[in-house]
Design a protein around this ligand. Structure first.
Ligand code: GSH
Length: 335
């Protein structure tokens, strides 16, 4: 049995989730440039934590643009054309949706230090399908089932709209024993991987797989601390979590949402190349949508693609001419 302590203040504020809490180290960016990494996020967001760890591994400077936890998000959708999920990365007038593609773009633009210290790029990217779907789903049920009726109605309604089905903490409560068992089994995989004494999942240096493995446990620990007892005694896990935590998040400053829009308006999107197999779509209007949740359709002109991404150009009254990039995996493209 878990002992339920009263929620600490930080957690209460997090589930309040209707206001942005300024980051304790908040420092406004003075002279932003179109080269800067603008990261649209909120502090309690687990997928943002995945990317923040990657920014830490790469020792990058970046600018947090805090977005609301629930809709409406007028500045974010002005940039993306309707994609509402968090995180989103903006560099000038290029907008990268989904942590999969954000990580890929960070590696492309800032290859050293790499997120793939042992190579194995394909496997490390594939590993996100495990963390982002199976483990995340278990973490959500454990956290929100645990919080139960402490979850504010506005959050429940927003996440119901996001997922297209009832987001019901009471029903999640019933699933907690099963999800506890699931998460223990997932974490046992991490423990097995660390059993030979390595410091990180793929060896002596941290990489994407560590960020993937870490962020759901961080989410549980920060959003519903009683459930951290699930992994506190699994061999090698606490020490590894400490090591990943110690990497930090790189160098963070802050920018407000209006300034991010202004920066998009002042920038030109980068040139996009088109994969040969997509030649027939060039310059055509297409609609891109996530295939799991937050399936809002985003419309624009097909201007770029590869095996891993698609890019559409759109003109927005507030953001100007932007190119929005999406991963292929988990997104549909319809003409
Ligand atoms: N596959 C997406 C999932 C992103 C996701 O689910 N993000 C959560 C926050 S961590 C979200 O957007 N929740 C709804 C919201 O914030 O509006 C990714 O990897 O970026």
């Amino acid at each position: 049995m878990r002992t339920l302590r009263p929620l600490p203040e930080g957690i209460r504020l997090q589930v309040d989730c209707l206001r942005s809490i300024p980051h304790p180290l908040a420092q406004m960016r003075e002279r932003p440039s179109v080269q800067d990494i603008l990261f649209h996020q909120y502090d309690s967001s687990p997928f943002s934590e995945k990317v923040r760890v990657c920014l830490g591994i790469k020792k990058l400077a970046w600018i947090a643009v805090d977005q609301p936890v629930i809709m409406p998000k007028p500045e974010l959708v002005a940039l993306t054309g309707g994609y509402r999920r968090i995180p989103v990365m903006q560099i000038g007038a290029d907008i990268y949706c989904d942590s999969q593609l954000i990580v890929r773009e960070l590696e492309r633009r800032f290859p050293e230090p790499t997120l793939f210290p042992q190579g194995d790029h394909g496997l490390a990217y594939a590993n996100a399908m495990w963390s982002d779907r199976s483990v995340f789903q278990a973490a959500v049920a454990i956290i929100f089932g645990g919080l139960g009726d402490k979850v504010p109605a506005a959050f429940v309604n927003d996440r119901t709209a996001l997922s297209g089905r009832s987001f019901d903490p009471a029903a999640m409560q019933a699933a907690v024993p099963h999800m506890d068992a699931q998460i223990r089994a997932h974490i046992a995989l991490l423990s097995d991987q660390l059993a030979d004494g390595r410091r990180f999942l793929s060896g002596d240096s941290a990489g994407l797989v560590d960020a993937n493995g870490y962020y759901n446990l961080w989410f549980i620990r920060s959003a519903f601390p009683p459930a951290a007892s699930l992994f506190e005694r699994i061999p090698h896990i606490p020490e590894w979590l400490e090591r990943v935590n110690a990497i930090g998040h790189g160098k963070r400053t802050e920018m407000n949402r209006e300034a991010a829009l202004e920066l998009a308006r002042s920038a030109e999107p980068i040139e996009s190349a088109l994969a040969p197999r997509d030649a027939e779509f060039e310059g055509k209007q297409v609609t891109v949508a996530a295939d799991d949740y937050g399936r809002d359709a985003i419309t624009g002109l097909f201007v770029g693609s590869s095996e891993h991404h698609v890019s559409i150009r759109r003109n927005d009254p507030r953001a100007g001419q932007v190119v929005v990039h999406f991963p292929r995996i988990g997104f549909s493209v319809l003409s």
